[in-house]
Design a protein around this ligand. Structure first.
Ligand code: ADP
Length: 329
């Protein structure tokens, strides 16, 4: 039995259950997950195996896995139009990852920027999973022969590595997997509240989507704006101000807003208040859906189980094909 390349193009992406989703996740990736549901056969995965490289707290893992599922559903994933599942519910992923490690030179993994970064971030826990992380990621994608992978720009190097691993496998064992292609949104890198680094949970510079309203306001009001604008009467520079940049995604009138900044008709505080209001309004319905889903955890768990079941035949077919090609039967 083989799993031929799909006749309908497939998209796949994974997201870690590593805590509260932030607007960087949504603007950089989740928006594309939602959009691509209508154009592709879409498969989305909560990658708990990946999260184990940084978290060793079982209760937290369970809670955050469900929270991430509820968040994705609240933000627009529709179980009738996509398949949403938890990585560890399809254990074939780790088997395929092992097989792919055997065609992946260690040097490729050691030069991955995220590995170098994580070594610095968690010096007391440089576990083997951190190094092989991109191989598991490649396995996730090629398990379903996905060709399109919606991610933020920070994942570009991993995707490139996935393509290299696919080429290494296909060269050795014959054409098996398509080379996956990253797709980005119009906000491939959303900066954090510090205005310089990528918005990221681990950098504590996020604007959370599902936090209480006061917390969202606090996070937005803490944003660093144009550091050269000292006085309220100084003209602003919207092209370097992160608050102004974010306005592009939460209203159609951002050019007018930018004009107000340039001419100092508005100040940074006005702009932040407006942004906080707009972010809260933009996600109001999603917040209601999130609360509703979290009040009915059985519903969320049922969607995840059904997703993993639906993928069983596809995963089994890929594993049979790969085992045969590698001489394992
Ligand atoms: P991971 O830990 O696997 O990178 P994250 O939770 O950090 O997962 O991110 C999930 C998705 O959101 C990924 O596709 C990532 O590229 C994207 N993303 C995360 N932060 C940002 C950001 N600041 N700007 C744009 N996209 C982002």
């Amino acid at each position: 039995m083989t799993n031929p390349s799909p006749t309908v193009a497939r998209t796949f992406s994974g997201i870690q259950p590593s805590g509260a989703p932030h607007i960087g996740n949504d603007l950089g990736a989740i928006r594309n997950y939602v959009r691509l549901q209508d154009e592709f056969e879409a498969i989305y995965c909560i990658v708990d195996y990946h999260a184990l490289t940084s978290t060793h707290d079982p209760d937290r893992m369970r809670r955050q896995t469900r929270e991430m599922a509820a968040a994705l559903l609240a933000l627009g994933l529709d179980p009738d139009r996509c398949t949403l599942f938890v990585q560890s519910h399809r254990p074939e992923h780790t088997e395929l990852a092992w097989l792919l490690t055997t065609v992946t030179p260690v040097s490729w993994l050691e030069r991955t920027p995220t590995y170098k970064e994580k070594r610095l971030n968690q010096p007391d826990d440089i576990n083997h999973g951190l190094l092989t992380y991109p191989v598991l990621q490649a396995a996730d994608i090629v398990m379903y022969k996905a060709t399109t992978v919606p991610v933020g720009k920070d994942q570009a190097a991993h995707l490139e590595l996935s393509r290299e691993i696919v080429r290494a496998f296909n060269n050795r064992y014959g054409p098996t997997f398509p080379e996956p292609q990253a797709v980005f949104t119009e906000a491939p890198v959303v900066l954090g509240t510090d205005g310089v680094r990528k918005m990221s949970k681990s950098l504590n510079n996020t604007i959370e989507i599902f936090a209480p309203e006061e917390e969202i306001r606090r996070q937005v009001m803490s944003m660093v704006t144009d550091t050269q604008r000292i006085l309220r009467t100084d003209p602003g520079r919207p092209e370097v101000c992160n608050v102004c940049q974010l306005q592009r995604f939460f209203g159609t009138d951002y050019l007018q807003l930018w004009d107000g900044e340039r001419t100092a008709r508005t100040g940074c505080v006005d702009m932040k208040r407006l942004l906080a209001d707009r972010i809260i309004r933009h996600y109001a319905e999603a917040r209601e859906r999130y609360a509703e889903l979290m009040a009915h955890p059985g519903r969320v768990d049922g969607i995840l189980e059904a997703g993993a079941d639906r993928l069983r035949p596809m995963a089994a077919a890929t594993m049979t094909e790969v085992r045969e090609k590698m001489g394992l039967r």
